[in-house]
Design a protein around this ligand. Structure first.
Ligand SMILES: Cc1cc2nc3c(=O)[nH]c(=O)nc-3n(C[C@H](O)[C@H](O)[C@H](O)COP(=O)(O)OP(=O)(O)OC[C@H]3O[C@@H](n4cnc5c(N)ncnc54)[C@H](O)[C@@H]3O)c2cc1C
Ligand code: SF4
Length: 458
């Protein structure tokens, strides 16, 4: 799968293979990869990107057979909401409205689970800044709040859940949650222990080089970085104006707004894992509940942060509704069209864009998706946007590697600024490139960004 560009680095195969001891490794682009040639038995049905594995529809049909609603974009679900957590500081501490951490804590405090597998900063000095951990107290779960646009992998927590009896909740991006369900189908012990899956909507997964690049652009080396807040909350600014803040090992901090970073346009796809080019699940359709950002007005302008929430498990719906009635959550029920609207750019990239990418010739394993290959009907400018994204995501890994080897950050930052100008010119008609492109291809003037950096932007 790796050679075909279809390995997201989830670690599910490693957890099941004899290579557990060797563990997942970072490759030279800063992405997790399983040890070579250690595919466990049943691998073809286990890997979330394998064409022979069950797809999201199959898994959701089995898990949520009697779901009230079924939508072609967000899948099966009981109810969807927009809002935030009222109690404690979940909203202030979270990336959006704090609902992901709140749900995890609520599951612990109502004794529905004994532990929560989620992503937290590394406490010890390590090459990696974040990792999956099993948290067993509300404090520990709350300490993990915030989104980490950074590679992580599941093999360690899968191992711990297999060894330690108990009931667990797992927080993860869509392909990780899918991988976990596929693993549970093969592993009865894990099936019994993974009691709840909490999904995060996802635009794409980045490599470790994103943080390294932010450090470079702030005049620092990544070795000096102790922690990263990718989205510092500022209630005086719209939620989708992101600021990244590095905490350095000497205790000082450095911050920069994403739009001043050469690679801060989420939609351009810098450092994107190649497997994300072949994903068609934006909202974690196989999770019991999933959370995203409400990228729609008036919520996107509210710097305090607002979630969209899709609930698929009837038990979790009761849990959420109970807390709503008690005034602990401020949630309004919405329909699927609202949820889809908050992720419009993400769905465009994972439906129309995916159909385009599938229509292009490629080597290796052919992905089997719920979207058919198609490019007919796409205007040339739209095809150029999808092509540019693929180019930026593939080349950013290589150009950064070269800059790293030569200890010459400007090789990467100048290249990234040039690619950004091209991307924004074609996509948003920005600058002289935008004027030129609009003159040649006037059919789609997608000027001005309304979507957030957490979306693919176009
Ligand atoms: C890589 C990535 C891409 C995303 N893309 C989108 C998008 O396109 N559109 C959108 O609306 N939302 C996206 N999100 C989700 C969004 O950023 C918020 O995480 C979500 O809205 C929940 O916010 P919250 O305030 O409820 O969560 P919080 O209360 O902040 O809790 C977040 C929980 O997620 C865990 N976590 C953080 N990072 C990771 C990770 N990498 N893998 C697994 N668990 C993690 C934390 O440990 C914590 O338990 C993305 C998140 C990630 C990690
Ligand atoms: S199961 Fe996960 S880590 Fe293993 S090959 Fe597939 S995507 Fe990569």
């Amino acid at each position: 799968m790796d050679r075909s560009g279809l390995c997201i680095g989830c670690g599910a195969c490693t957890a099941r293979s004899d290579a557990r001891a060797t563990g997942m490794r970072l490759d030279h682009y800063g992405q997790f990869k399983p040890p070579a040639s250690h595919h466990p038995r049943g691998f073809a049905q286990l890997c979330p990107f394998s064409p022979d594995a069950k797809n999201e529809d199959d898994i959701a049909r089995e898990r949520f057979a009697s779901a009230k609603h079924c939508d072609p974009h967000i899948g099966r679900f009981e109810a969807a909401y927009v809002g935030y957590v009222r109690e404690n500081t979940f909203r202030t501490d979270g990336s959006s409205g704090g609902m992901a951490s709140w749900t995890a804590v609520e599951l612990l405090e109502t004794n529905l689970v004994d532990g929560v597998a989620h992503v937290v900063p590394r406490s010890e000095d390590s090459e990696l800044l974040f990792h999956y951990r099993l948290s067993r107290t509300a404090e520990d779960v709350r300490a993990g709040a915030k989104s980490r646009y950074y590679p992580v992998e599941l093999s360690g927590v899968i191992d711990e859940m297999s060894r330690c009896p108990g009931r667990y909740a797992v927080v993860g991006i869509p392909c990780f949650i899918k991988a976990l369900h596929l693993l549970c189908l093969q592993d009865p012990v894990l099936r019994e222990r993974v009691a709840f899956t909490l999904g995060l909507f996802c635009g794409h997964m980045k490599s470790t080089r994103f943080v390294e690049s932010i450090a470079w652009q702030l005049g620092e080396k990544v070795e000096a970085v102790a922690d990263v807040d990718f989205r510092v909350k500022d209630v005086t600014r719209p939620a989708n104006w992101y600021t990244a803040r590095l905490l350095l090992k000497d205790g000082s901090t450095r911050s920069k707004d994403w739009w001043h970073l050469a690679d801060g346009d989420w939609g351009a796809g810098f450092f994107q894992n190649s497997a994300c080019n072949f994903c068609d699940d934006v909202v974690a359709e196989t999770a019991d509940i999933s959370f995203g950002d409400a990228w729609a007005e008036p919520y996107a302008s509210d710097g305090r942060g607002t979630n969209v929430v899709v609930v698929r498990s009837p038990l979790l719906r009761r849990l959420v509704d109970h807390a709503r009635n008690e005034g602990r959550l401020e949630l309004q029920e919405v329909d699927s069209a609202f949820v889809v609207g908050t992720q419009a750019a993400g769905f465009r990239q994972r439906r129309e864009g995916l159909a385009f990418r599938l229509s292009r010739p490629r080597r290796g394993v052919t992905p089997k998706k719920r979207v058919a290959p198609q490019r007919a009907g796409l205007v040339p400018r739209r095809m150029t946007i999808y092509w540019l994204r693929s180019l930026v995501s593939a080349q950013s890994h290589r150009v950064f590697r070269l800059a790293r080897i030569l200890h010459w950050p400007a090789i990467y930052t100048r290249w990234a600024s040039t690619m950004l100008a091209f991307y924004q010119g074609v996509t948003y008609s920005r600058g002289w490139i935008g004027k030129l492109v609009s003159r040649i291809c006037p059919e789609m003037a997608d000027s001005g960004r309304t979507s957030s950096d957490d979306e693919p932007g176009a």
